[in-house]
Design a protein around this ligand. Structure first.
Ligand code: PRP
Ligand code: MN
Ligand code: MG
Length: 185
């Protein structure tokens, strides 16, 4: 059946808690934006597909001018384990020279995706590249990544919802939840 509630071990972050934390992050981003502003809007770079929800909510909560662009870089495919390979599936439409860039991600897991992406965007000559991730798994970080804005440090469990998938499912859940092991075992 399609009763997805049976696929969840527990709700880790309910919708309301995510919303409140994103608002807090936006106040920090606005303060930094006011200090650094050079007349060009902050460029938000969302990483498809997992970041769609956090990008949509963050962008609408921010009270400063922003532009939104998207990249698709996938390192997981349909597996729960990282393959170690980063692929560009869709590149930016925006020139980064001189721009202030904020990468928006759903989760920092091993760090492979973000470390690769930060270096890739830095090589394009932006004024700055910073990172905002809703979730971070400290126990799973294999590669160091500087994160300026982090929503929640979470345990090393397989999480889904609010953009995060398992085999392309569960992205539309409004909460972040832990996937029940019976789904992937
Ligand atoms: C997931 C997630 C992050 C990345 C984090 O994306 O959305 O982008 O993995 O893992 P890492 O820190 O180990 O690199 P995924 O590759 O599954 O693509 P998706 O966003 O389309 O689900
Ligand atoms: Mn992703
Ligand atoms: Mg994924």
């Amino acid at each position: 059946s399609d009763d997805i509630r049976g696929d969840l071990a527990k709700v880790l972050l309910p919708e309301q808690r995510i919303r409140e934390r994103i608002a807090e992050l936006c106040r920090e981003i606005e303060a930094a934006d006011a200090a650094a502003s050079d007349g060009t809007p902050l460029l938000l770079v969302g990483v498809l597909k997992g970041a769609v929800m956090v990008m949509a909510d963050l962008a609408r909560e921010l009270r400063v001018p922003v532009q939104m662009d998207w990249m698709a870089v996938s390192s997981y495919g349909s597996s729960t384990r990282s393959s170690g390979v980063v692929r560009i599936l869709k590149d930016l439409d925006t020139e980064l020279a001189g721009r202030r860039v904020l990468i928006v991600e759903d989760i920092l897991d091993s760090g492979l995706t973000l470390s690769w992406l930060v270096e890739n965007l830095r090589s394009r000559g932006p004024a700055s590249v910073e990172v905002c991730t809703l979730l971070r798994k400290p126990e799973a970080v294999k590669i160091r990544v500087d994160v300026q804005y982090c929503g929640f440090d979470i345990p090393n469990e397989f999480v889904i919802g609010y953009g995060l998938d398992y085999a392309e499912r569960y992205r539309n859940l409004r909460d972040v939840a832990v996937l029940a092991p019976h789904v992937y075992e």
